[in-house]
Design a binder for this molecule. Structure first.
Ligand code: MN
Length: 291
């Protein structure tokens, strides 16, 4: 029998935005190197509400921004200013330290739906350089009554131009009604998150905001849909390093997190500066520093 674990996302708050978080959970910390899955929306926002995410730091991870609706402008401490719209991908790799802001460019365009994903960096790169990458266009592969867009890694011989694709895959799957098997790599573990519509896997109905963890050792996953459905299929080679995640930092120990927290708080320059006239987001002290 193959693994199939279904988890409902929990509500979390990112600025004014309510998100559904399906990774990490108590029982599952990572899927390959994927260590964080947030879905924002779909939501129609009141014109008076700003969904700006003000400057904040990261280390030890890459952030992936992928939108189905709406737009953001990304600013970071490397000097990047990059608008993102649906179908494009922003990938920011933090290494030792970077900071960024995601600003809502026009408070009049009021639909928002998208994903914010994190990838834990490996030991060789996690204390290294930061970099930013924008992909304007990503390749597509046709499947029965739909198509798969390859964001990271490879699908059916089609390879995304994005970095970090060696032991990782990130796919957007858009489906009409029907049934089809999507090929998987046996050595990868996979998770599937429904963004819109409804998908059936092995008889289980998956609604938006649920994660189906598929484990590894599968040659394919059979997905049945009765309506227009969008989902994300994320996978990678299972990782055995123990991650220590707190706030916006991915590290290996409490001491490393404490260092990152103090560096942001005391403005040592580790995380640079973002050239926007917005207040920085400050972290509350980690629980182990209380009292
Ligand atoms: Mn961020």
């Amino acid at each position: 029998m193959h693994t199939l674990e279904i988890t409902k996302g929990r509500e979390a708050q990112v600025g004014a935005l309510s998100v559904s978080r399906t990774l990490p959970t108590r029982g599952r910390r990572t899927i390959g190197a994927w260590c964080f899955i947030d879905q924002m929306g779909p939501v129609h926002l009141d014109p008076t509400v700003s969904v700006d995410v003000n400057p904040h730091p990261h280390c030890g991870l890459s952030t992936v921004t992928w939108l189905f609706e709406g737009e953001f402008v990304h600013f970071d401490s490397l000097g990047t200013e990059q608008k993102i719209v649906p179908g494009q991908l922003n990938l920011m790799t933090a290494g030792w330290g970077v900071s960024h802001a995601e600003l809502d460019p026009q408070h009049t365009k009021r639909s928002l739906h998208g994903m914010q994903l994190w990838i834990a960096q490996d030991e060789a790169s996690r204390n290294g350089q930061s970099f930013f990458e924008h992909q304007q266009e990503l390749p597509e592969v046709d499947v029965a009554s739909g198509h798969v867009r390859v964001l990271i890694g490879e699908f059916e011989g089609t390879v995304a131009p994005t970095s970090l694709g060696a032991d990782l895959v990130g796919l957007e799957v858009q489906l009409g009604a029907g049934s089809r098997g999507l090929p998987l790599r046996r050595e990868f573990e996979y998770g599937l998150v429904v963004s819109k519509g409804r998908a059936f896997v092995e008889g289980e109905a998956l609604a938006p905001g649920t994660l189906a963890y598929l484990g590894s050792e599968r040659d394919e996953v059979e997905i049945t849909t009765h309506e227009t459905t969008t989902l994300m299929l994320l996978g990678g080679r299972p990782r055995d390093e123990k991650l220590f995640m707190w706030w916006n930092f991915v590290a290996r120990s409490q001491e490393e997190i404490t260092d990152a927290y103090i560096a942001w708080r005391t403005r040592t320059g580790r995380f640079g500066d973002v050239a926007v006239s917005k207040e920085r987001i400050e972290a509350a002290p980690p629980y182990w520093l209380h009292g």
